[in-house]
Every structure is written in structure tokens, then in C-alpha cells.
Design a protein around this ligand. Sequence first.
Ligand code: GLA
Length: 749
Amino acid sequence: MKRYGVFFAGMCMAATAWCGPVGSEYLLQTKNTSLAFAKEEGTWLLLHYGAKISQIEDARLLASKGFAGDSWLGYRKPATYSVNGADTYFEKTGNKFGGLAVIHADGVLSTELADAGAETVADRDGVTHLVIRMKDTVYPFTVQQHFRAVYESDVVETWVEITHTESAPVRLVRMDSAALVFPLISKRFYVMTLTGEWASEGQLVESPLALGQTISLTSRSGIRSAFGNNASFMLSLDTPATETAGRVIGGALAWSGAWTIGLRHDQIDMLSIHAGADTGSGAYVLDPGKTIVLPKLMLTFSDQGKGQVSRNFHRWARDIHIHNGNSSRPVLLNSWEGAYFTFTEKTLTDMMDGVKEMGGEMFVIDDGWFGRGEFARDDDRRGLGDWVLNEKKLPHGLEWLVNQTKDRGLGFGIWVEPEMANTASELVKAHPDWVLREKTRALRQGRGGSQVVLDMTNPAVRDNIFGQLDAILQSGKRIDYIKWDANASVMNVGSTFLGKDRQANLWFDYTTGLYELLSRVRAKYPDVMINACSSGGGHMDYGFLHFADEFWTSDNTDARQRVFIQWGAGQFYPACMMGSHVTVVPNHQTGRTTPLKYRFDVAMSGRMGFELHPSKMTADEVAFAKNAVAEYKRIRPVVQQGDLYRLVSPWQNSYASLMYASSAKDHAVIYVYGLNRPIHSDYPPPLLLQGIDPAKRYKVTELTREKGKRPHIPVDGKVLSGDALKNVGLPIRLGTEYDSAIFELTEVK
Ligand code: GLA
């Protein structure tokens, strides 16, 4: 099946590589990396993935067969797509670990893919797109493997598409998007990943991947894809990489449903990387003539440590993957922690006044605005699924409420949870079969004792939800922002829409159904921002984030814990997406009290916002906030679109520090956060800055200063050279436990 339309020679001129048929080898180039392939005996093999090389012939010579008889270095062929049952071992034992495992229509378990032609196809400027076609040697079963190399950001997207015309459906037991076997590249590997749960997202863990071991990462749910593990990793070669040194392969899978990633260091030191959608407890049934397009795995490489790997992902995300990645995100106030379910119109207009006074730009009404009659959403037990205005709370209507924000010069945002419903709702009463459930078991219900998941595989369900969202967006007229929440896991593994022999398709088809719904919203409302929320950071995955402008990083808004959570999120996801709100103390999740300045300083390192009732702030607090918001707006371009440099990790130190620098190196901002006050000293070592130009001169200014307090640096207001800031470093003082500071560097010509 041709998916990429006609090939126009002219269209390829601007791309970084030529287009057209590929011979027996191919070198994909990005700015600093190369991916080299060669075809041998009908199989495409990976010659090199890493720092840049110029000649594929050299890679071929260096990686050639030889040391182990007539085989590749070692026994195992470095297949670009390793398949279950194929001859990828020298000993011909069959490959039990392939990324693709198929039960063919006649029951045969093995698949043997042979080359069926490779070519480059037209793509956008700066992207080289290679397609490798493979066909089973016996069955009418084909796989297209894609590699899309994004020049500027050093990211390669890879995925496969599978189709067949066998006499009956085939069953895909494993259907990984990538199953790359590397040639011998190291004998030591270390894997850094993020783990987490509700209110504890982004926890950083690192461990060796010992000889013979596989590290297996997985989502624990078909929906909150980023709880459990995040679908991403950094794999260091030789030694655990630091922020600035070491060879690192980074990976991130764009999938919001159930997924699996496997990093394998086999008994002969070969490395393989598998990643894809998880078929759960069954197999995906693929009908003849149908094509399944599997999610993208993004890979990047740097020999300059983990910091560069993060910057590559951020750049790629902003430039080509997320919605409006290079435009600035507004400072907003979200109503949740300030009001929860209990509000009147006056509560909301007071909040609007408050955020306006502080210099904010948008008001977002969170949960509680919808449902009618007995299903009015006054708590979390009812109303989900009925996206109609709660007229008891909002008697003047939605358009009136939206106009209240517009009259104040603010944007308007609204919370929805489109994939879920309460059994106490008009929707579920009318359509009990629209809910995921096993026919024979009691319905398990989630939050509020009555929450269920809607069957996104069913087009009728999606039509209904789209219709309801559309009606809201139409009746609100000028809605600028949707907070798209998803607060459940798949609790009941069953669909009345999918046939009895296709129940396991649920895991995949749920997510493609969700993407179809999101695409419809995106197509009709291209200017509406989408915040990806799933009980906090459950949708920190590049699948959902393709449709989104930002995500809600965590329901945990404790500023100290946010230093860690945001440190984790920033490993793979850019700051412009990272919702980070100032909330009240004691913190609602942890009970901790941190100073107002600390809370601002933490929020100002992401997409800053508020989640409190401003009328409860003192005049001094409002004055502090006004100044901080004005300063944030000035540094916003460098925070949201700059390059992240992590200077001091909170995981190993009693304080943390990070900075952003503009790509022109004319503007930078540095953050320092105390975490535990050491007994013996107020003075951490000088901060050796990064990302700035040693030849430039910069004015250093401390931001968010508190009245009457000493500056945290002895050089506030001074002009210093980039080389001294990098090599001597910025001397800082941190006094009390939760002391913090922000410094701005501006180039002086
Ligand atoms: C989830 C979100 C919160 C809030 C509530 C509302 O927990 O993560 O930010 O929107 O739902 O019910």
C-alpha cells in the first residue's frame, strides 16, 4: 500500500539527502550524528549509530565480518528490524526476542523478512526520510520501516507499518515500532529512566544493564501512559554519562496507551532496543488488506553527555512535533486548588480580577462547571460525560463567563475529561454499552466510586464526545484553551464494540481512537491550546503531546518536590510544555510550607501559572507576584524556547541549579534552589555556567528580589565576561532551608 503519494523529484531538492531508490547501503545524516545501513544477503543491517561519519564505505569496512568466522562481530546480525523466528543468529537458533511476533493465518509462528526495496521519500525541509520495505519470504506479509532524520535537532524518528493479504487475519503478538540490534558498540551500558506515580512523576533512576540482562519498561495502564515508567530512556555507553560528557543514546516513544520498551544487553555483548505498543494479554488481530501504523520511537545521540540529549529532544519537540512549539505560552490561573468544586460566578470573576492584577494572561476553569440536574458536578461522583453547563453554579451561561475574561483582557480555558464518564451521568444512563467493561464481570469503578472509561474504539462514542466538545467550544465562542484530563486507568478490559475475537485490539485501538478524536478537535480548532493532563503528569508522552501545547506536570505542587519532578520531566520534555503553578502553603499535597519567593522561583522555570485564590493573598504578596510575573514575561522567550543546561542535580546535592540560554547566546537565566540547608555553610561552590559565549560580556541581574533582603550574589548589576562566568563561576549564597534565587544574564555589546 502506497502511503506517501507520488514522488516529485523537485520536492526533494531542499531536503538534506537525495530522494529515490536506495542501493545496498545508506547513510542518514543529521547535524552531529550518522545512522548507517547496509544490505547483506537480503537483510538490512545497522552499521553505525552515533557521532558523525562522512563515508559509508568506511563504516562498512570497519564493521565488516571477520573476527568470528564469516559472521558479524560476534554472532548476531545487527538487523534494523529484528523479527521473531528469523535467522538473525549465527547458530540459526531462531530469534525469540524479535520485536515482531506474528501468528500467520495458517498458524505458522515465524516470520522471515527479506528486502523489498528501499527509498528516500519527500518530506519537509531539513528532514530525510528513508523507507525500507520488507516482505516475508513465504507469506504476503509486508513491513515498511521508516527512519526520519531531523537534521537540526539530531533526532531520528523510526516506526513500522505492517500490512498483509493472507487468507485470514494474522495475530500480532508483538508489534514493536523499533527492534534495532546494534553492532558491537560497547561492553558496558547504563540506563537512566523516569519512574513515578500520581504526585511523584519524573523520579530519576539509573542502573547498569549488565551482561545478559534486559531492562524492561512499561506503562501500567492503557491510559495514564506515563505512570509507572515514562516511555523514554537514556542509555550511556561505557560509563554513566554526566551532563556534559559521555556517549548517550536517548529514546522516547510517542504512545499514550499501553507500551513496552526493552533494552537488552545479550550474552555476547550485543545491544538491542525494542519499543512499541503493548498488545497486553493477547495479540492484535490484523485483517487482510488493513495496514497498522505503529507509533514513532524517537532516538537521539550525543557524545557530549545527557544535557545535549535533553536539548536535542526539546529542540525537536518545539520545531516539529508539538503544537505551536515555538510560540510563547501564557501565564494563567487555574481554578482547581483555589476553589475545587465549590465556586460561584463571583468566585471565578474574583479569580479573574486577581490574576489580571498580578499580570497574568489567562483564566482556566477547572473541574466542576458541568453536569445538570441530579448529575450536576458538585463533587467527583457524578457528571463526567455530560459536557453541558452546570446552570446552578453558572446561571449566566458559558458565553457570559468567557466574556468576563475577555472584558479583562484575559484568555479563557476550560477543563474536560473526554475519555471518562461517571455511571451517574445522562450519558451512561442512555448508553451503558459505551463504557469499557467485561460482559461477565461486575463493573469496576474508579474515582468517586462511579468513574468509568468510555470505549474510544467505538466511532459512535467518539462522535458523541466530539459533538459535545464542539458544542461547548461553539457556545463559549472565544475559548482559547482546553485542559484535557484523563483520570483513570483501563479498569475493565473489555469492549462491546470490538468482537469477541478482537478484545485484545482494545489496547491499541483505544489509543488510535483517542488520537482520531484529538485530531478532529485540532482540525476544527487549530488555535485552541491543549493542556495534556492525566491525574497530573500521566500524559507526559510524545504521543498525546503531538496534539498538545503543554502538559500539567504533576498534581504535586509542593515547590521543593517540584524541583525534582521538573528535573525529571525536563530530561525529555521542554520547559514550554511544563505547567508549573504557584500554590498556597501549607501545600495541599504534602503539608510543607515553603516561602512565596521559593514557590515563584520554581514556577518561573517552567510555564508559569497560579493555582490559588488571589483574594487570599496579602498586599505584599500581590506586589511580589506582580514584579515576578513582569520579570517572567521578560525572560519567557529564553525559558520557553531556550536551551536547558542542568548545572547541579537535586538528586545528589543539598541544592539544585539549572539554566536556560538563548540559541544566540545573548540572554540566559539561572535558577538556584536550596533543598536542605547544610549545617556548615551558606556557600555552595561557584556555579560554572554553560550555554553562554566565552567571548561575550553579560550584565548579571538578580530577579525576584525580596524587599530589604541581601542579594544572593556579590556581582548583582555588574558586567562580566562569558569566559569568567563559565570558568571561574558565579559565587552564590544560600541561607535558609528553602532559599532560592534567579539571575538573568543579558549580553552587553
Ligand atoms: C486531576 C488533575 C487536576 C484537576 C483534577 C480535577 O487530578 O490532575 O489538576 O484538574 O483532576 O478533578
